[in-house]
Design a protein around this ligand. Structure first.
Ligand code: KG4
Ligand code: ZN
Length: 334
């Protein structure tokens, strides 16, 4: 079969990224321009600032991705772009660039779901095997997704309030850690102990939904109470206790899902999939159940265009192309 080369664009949040991917697995380039430094001083992503950065970065990142892959736009078989979920202004920058390229070079346009991209990032490690369940944990999402085959996504559970990455970032701010706080909390947690025993919401309920706002409030209240009484808190134990709750809930629901859906593979993806505690726990649990578990490589857990190019390959095989009237879908779900 002929090689299929896809030029992919990702601008859903605060990373401007362009990649060239061959046959849904070989990454010829994956250039990511992060805006974290610009958003750090605000303690979170400022949508208007993000869109402006994407506009400034898009051509630079595109040129660099083509150069690193040693290809021209003429050589690629399709242009793929994230059309949701994400920030509307950010998405529109990527979509506009993709449409312009598709029109100027007469290439098919593929509209890819950002969360599908996160799942397909695992394919860099090994081919997806079905049936599969994905645990998607990022700054905006906490979801369990069942996949019977390629391109078939069934959302079986999700957070009813905060996303797990969002909770990490809020606790990070509480502990005066640099934004985004996930990585720093993970590191602190590795040297602390679960001494605070925070709640594990809905852990015994027979559904696959999550709730993280209660845990976040419990941690914030604990710190405020200590401050009022003039007591000190141990940041490493607080981080370890928060993380232990998060991991217990995520792992328990995931185990329930992989058993009920009798899957061959568990895929853990999204920015929080970089969490060492979560990785270790799920590797152990899946080993006990003899279920294969795949994590994308660390550098592909966060937002990047290669993951979009991998997911788009399977859309290409099904002729799932979009018209040039494609619009952003900020609230798109799987
Ligand atoms: O997938 P992603 O890059 O962007 C979204 O689509 O949201 O995820 C970003 C999130 C942030 O909340 C960040 O704090 C979190 O991933 N994160 C982590 C770790 N590394 C990044 N959370 C926990 N532990 C980590 N090691
Ligand atoms: Zn993401």
């Amino acid at each position: 079969m002929k090689d299929i080369m896809i030029l992919a664009i990702e601008t859903s949040c605060d990373e401007t990224s362009v990649a060239v991917v061959k046959n849904g697995k070989d990454i010829l380039s994956n250039v990511v321009a992060s805006q974290i430094k610009s958003h750090q001083r605000f303690g979170g992503v400022v949508p208007e600032v993000a869109s402006r950065h994407h506009v400034e970065q898009m051509n630079v990142v595109l040129d660099e991705a083509l150069k690193q892959a040693n290809v021209c736009v003429e050589d690629v078989d399709a242009i793929a772009v994230t059309h949701g979920p994400g920030l509307v202004g950010s998405l529109l920058v990527g979509i506009t660039a993709a449409k312009a390229l598709a029109m100027a070079y007469d290439k098919p346009l593929i509209a890819t779901n950002h969360m599908a991209g996160h799942i397909y990032a695992a394919q860099v490690v090994k081919p997806l095997e079905f049936p599969a369940v994905s645990l998607l944990v990022s700054g905006g999402h906490t979801e369990l997704v069942y996949m019977k085959e390629h391109n078939a996504f069934e959302l079986i559970g999700q957070t009813r309030d905060d996303a797990v990455g969002e909770a990490y970032d809020k606790i990070g701010r509480l502990l005066h850690l640099p934004y985004p706080g996930g990585k720093a909390i993970d590191e602190l947690a590795s040297i602390g102990k679960d001494t605070y025993h925070f709640p594990r919401a809905m852990i015994n309920e027979k559904h696959f939904d999550f709730s993280l706002s209660g845990l976040k409030s419990a941690v914030i209240n604990r710190v405020h109470n200590a401050n009022q009484k003039g007591e000190s808190i141990q940041p490493e134990n607080l981080a370890a206790s928060f993380q232990a709750s998060v991991i217990d809930v995520l792992a328990t629901k995931t185990i329930q899902a992989v058993k009920q859906y009798e899957v061959k593979q568990l895929i853990v993806a999204g920015g929080v999939a970089a969490n060492k505690g979560l990785r270790n726990r799920l590797i152990q649990e899946m080993q006990n159940l003899s279920i294969d578990v795949v994590f994308p490589p660390m550098h592909m857990c966060g937002d990047n265009a290669a993951m979009v190019g991998i997911a788009a390959y399977y859309q290409y095989l099904e002729n799932d192309f979009s018209p040039l009237s494609l619009n952003a879908q900020p609230g798109l779900s799987l």
